[in-house]
Design a binder for this molecule. Structure first.
Ligand SMILES: NC(=O)c1ccc[n+]([C@@H]2O[C@H](COP(=O)([O-])OP(=O)(O)OC[C@H]3O[C@@H](n4cnc5c(N)ncnc54)[C@H](O)[C@@H]3O)[C@@H](O)[C@H]2O)c1
Length: 265
């Protein structure tokens, strides 16, 4: 089962879920791992430990990001598996505040990282992967992309857009040898989760980044498009589709509860 993922690139690979993905793929299935991150020192330390390579770039800088992908392909080799994991949790506030309150700057920063980085990676890689006979493109979105995010319209909306994009590339290119997977965890024990206000995403148990990485590999091995490391998300997603009006009312009650709890702390 070695080398079934080939050269694997993980964005946001220096810490959190990305770090665990780098470690898991290096241990099981990747011929080599490239840790791509804006944090150069953490990326280099991890790459050294995994006998991989580090690339320092901000994925929200479209030109620099595309140049970095070109550099990887020319200096290291063709990318077989791309894991578009980097993401930012912006625009969080008390759930009762105006959902549209975040500035255009905050919306656009989240849009660039949580959506456009996936688009730019796919624009560069998908034609090349097709020409080479196939490849794997994984997007780390969030349960917030299926169920929305209490406390941040910015996060909920950009993650929904990421889900829509992953579905679209799977629909458009699945028959051309591109294996697309979409990973949608709830709470995971990382710096990102620690930095946002307490909300319902912790309610069903917070997973380790390692558990999410293992679920990702297992989901890919099973040929899944939708990978849900928290089993419970299946049920929520089904309930949302079955009776969306009822589900929205339930989420509104939950938002009020967290707004109330937030105002007491
Ligand atoms: N932690 C959770 O509860 C949770 C739940 C669901 C989904 N996610 C998603 O998982 C992904 C990873 O999140 P995490 O919790 O590990 O976050 P994290 O903040 O712990 O790590 C994110 C990594 O991405 C890097 N990064 C951020 N912006 C970047 C940019 N513009 N260019 C390059 N690198 C950048 C950071 O330097 C860091 O190494 C994100 O897409 C996040 O939205 C996280």
């Amino acid at each position: 089962m070695r080398d079934r993922f080939g050269l694997t690139v993980v964005t946001g690979g220096a810490q959190g879920i990305g770090r665990a993905l780098c470690e898991a793929f290096a241990a099981d299935g990747a011929s080599r791992v490239v840790v791509l991150d804006v944090d150069g020192s953490k990326a280099s330390a991890l790459a050294e430990r995994l006998a991989g390579a580090a690339i320092v770039v901000d994925v929200s800088d479209g030109a620099a990001f595309t140049e970095a992908l070109t550099q990887i392909e020319s200096d290291i080799g063709p990318i077989s598996t791309f894991i578009s994991n980097a993401g930012v949790a912006l625009g969080f506030d008390a759930p009762s505040s105006n959902a549209a309150h975040a500035s255009d700057d905050v919306w656009m920063r989240a849009w660039e990282v949580n959506v456009m980085a996936h688009v730019r990676a796919a624009r560069y890689l998908i034609p090349r992967m097709i020409a080479r006979g196939g490849g794997t493109f994984v997007q780390m979105a969030s349960a917030a992309g299926l169920l929305n995010q209490i406390g941040s319209a910015v996060y909920g909306t950009t993650k929904h857009a990421a889900v829509g994009f992953a579905e679209n590339i799977a629909i458009s290119h699945g028959s051309q040898g591109i294996r697309v997977a979409l990973v949608c965890p709830q709470g995971v024990d990382t710096a990102l989760l620690a930095a946002i206000p307490v909300g319902p995403e912790r309610g069903d148990g917070v997973l380790t980044p390692e558990a999410v990485a293992l679920a990702t590999i297992q989901g890919l091995d099973e040929g899944r498009f939708l990978i849900l490391p928290h089993e419970v998300v299946h049920g929520y997603y089904r309930r949302k589709a079955d009776d969306t009006d009822r589900w929205i009312r339930g989420m509104a009650q939950l938002a009020q509860r967290f707004a109330h709890e937030g105002s007491q702390t």
